[in-house]
Design a protein around this ligand. Structure first.
Ligand code: NDP
Ligand code: 2IT
Length: 444
């Protein structure tokens, strides 16, 4: 058995029932095989892979809070502090009923390589809770966030661990979390990113993941002599990442015809009217089906199935494993030629394989959605310097970071004879920096 196969087998054995974590490790180790085989003796001796797949620390805690009826509720809270070789733990918090240790470990593991690719000094972490913000009042969300932070603040710090948003955690939640951190510790410091603009947030952070996705997509398309202009695009989800991916894709001349949420999807042959979506999702916290009440030519379909809408480019921006092999086949049948992941691991392993083997271009999430965390790191920089850059300055830096990420992925894939395989390129380029730092720091 090769070293990577051996380590993967141990991961399965030692992390039973953690399907998402096993999936994320499998994808990374598979594409690192060539690099690792070339350094096998050295890496084995220092148990490099065994250390890479084991989180430095997992904190798990109880979150009691009182709902509007006076009933006490209890949720689980977690933080996976996965790897601090290149900087303080950095990664979002997810509030969703599906959250468990496996999902947060997969996200934390991916985050290590993603953060490395940004070129900025941030390690990998992820956290969250099985709390469901849907249908909760602002007061309930506030009390939950305060209880979460009352425990969590013990493990945070601007040079230690700096969380941000993810699914179910946006500006409102970050505000409540920040307020409680400040109240308990008495410190006004950059301990969270995605903050509001009046209390230390960065311009463009809200847009960064979606914009960054389209910047990277654009780099890849240009490299392969295509352009976004006049392409038909389907974007799943209608949250933070999806909305700003649609905004940037439309600015570059693409036509987005479908978006979704966990209930169903809307199809608009004239191109999605983003003002309507923003009003439904950002202002009213409503459902995507309300879109058809405002836009008569649009149709709503209940359930999954957004990938059956014909398109040139698919941007999965909702959640893990939302694009299956069957969906990938449908995309191919409809002549889709490029898939770029706005979400983390939205494409199943067999679907990714199918896409790559069938000549479609593919950008993995850890490269394609890195603009969010990169801009979080820019927010940390501004907080440390106690100044704010303009929107143009931040956007320009974000754009350059995404261009650099494309060069890194392209270069790494080429060096190992895997040209055009950006899954391998992203994993290898991300891995190289982390491994150098781990080697330099000894056995820790
Ligand atoms: P939001 O909570 O803003 O939006 C999530 C969207 O995905 C909603 O439309 C939601 O629908 C849908 N969705 C969530 N869970 C499911 C599910 N189980 N099945 C179907 N649809 C689902 O989150 P974000 O936009 O921030 O995050 C989207 C993805 O992007 C996630 O994978 C996240 O990890 C990733 N990401 C986010 C970054 C960020 O900066 N925010 C950075 C990098 C990656 P509904 O409202 O019905 O639940
Ligand atoms: O998955 C991700 O990269 C995020 N949710 C953003 C993390 C961050 O710290 O900005």
């Amino acid at each position: 058995m090769s070293y990577t196969e051996e380590v993967y087998a141990k991961v399965v054995e030692k992390n039973p029932g953690e399907a998402e974590f096993q999936q994320a490790v499998s994808e990374v180790l598979d594409s690192l095989k060539t690099v690792i085989d070339a350094n096998e003796t050295e890496y084995r001796k220092m148990a490099l892979l065994e250390r890479l797949v084991e989180p430095e620390r997992i904190i798990s805690f109880r979150i009691p809070w009182v709902d509007d009826q006076g009933q006490v509720q209890v949720n689980k809270g977690y933080r996976v502090q996965f790897n601090s070789a290149i900087g303080p733990y950095k990664g979002g918090l997810r509030f969703h009923p599906s959250v468990n240790q496996s999902i947060l470990k997969f996200l934390g593991f991916e985050q290590i390589f993603k953060n490395s690719l940004t070129g900025l000094p941030i390690g990998g972490g992820k956290g969250g809770s099985d709390f469901d913000p849907k249908g909760k009042s602002d007061g309930e969300v506030m009390r939950f966030c305060q209880s979460f932070m009352t425990e969590f603040c013990k493990y945070l710090g601007p040079n230690q661990d700096v969380p941000a948003g993810d699914i179910g955690v946006g500006g409102r939640e970050i505000g409540y979390l920040y307020g409680q951190y400040k109240r308990i510790t008495g410190r006004y410091e950059g301990v969270l990113t995605g903050k509001g603009l009046t209390y230390g947030g960065s311009l463009i952070r809200t847009q960064a993941t979606g914009y960054g996705l389209v910047y990277l997509l654009n780099e890849m398309l240009e490299h392969h002599k295509y352009s976004i202009k006049d392409k038909t695009i389907v974007v799943s989800g209608s949250g933070n990442v999806a909305i700003y991916a649609v905004e940037k894709a439309s600015q570059l001349g693409g036509k987005v015809v479908a978006m979704s949420d966990s209930n169903g999807y809307v199809y608009d042959p004239n191109g999605i009217n983003l003002d309507v979506v923003k009003d439904i999702k950002e202002v009213r916290r409503g459902r995507i089906k309300e879109y058809v009440e405002k836009v008569p030519q649009a149709t709503y379909t209940e359930g999954k199935g957004i990938w059956s809408v014909p398109c040139d480019i698919a941007l999965p921006c909702a959640t893990q494993n939302e694009l299956t092999l069957e969906d990938a086949k449908k995309l191919k049948e409809n002549k889709c030629f490029a898939v770029a992941e706005g979400a983390n691991m939205p494409t199943t392993l067999d679907a990714t394989e199918f896409i790559q083997e069938n000549g479609m271009l593919f950008l993995p999430g850890k490269a394609a959605n890195a603009g969010g965390v990169a801009t979080s790191a820019l927010e940390m920089t501004q907080n440390s310097m106690r100044l704010s850059w303009t929107a143009e300055e931040v956007d320009q830096k974000l754009h350059q970071i995404m261009k650099d990420i494309f060069v890194k992925c392209e270069d790494a894939s080429r060096r190992y004879g895997l040209e055009g395989n950006y899954v391998a390129g992203a994993n290898i380029a991300g891995f190289e920096k982390v491994v150098d730092a781990m080697k330099a720091q000894g056995i820790v």
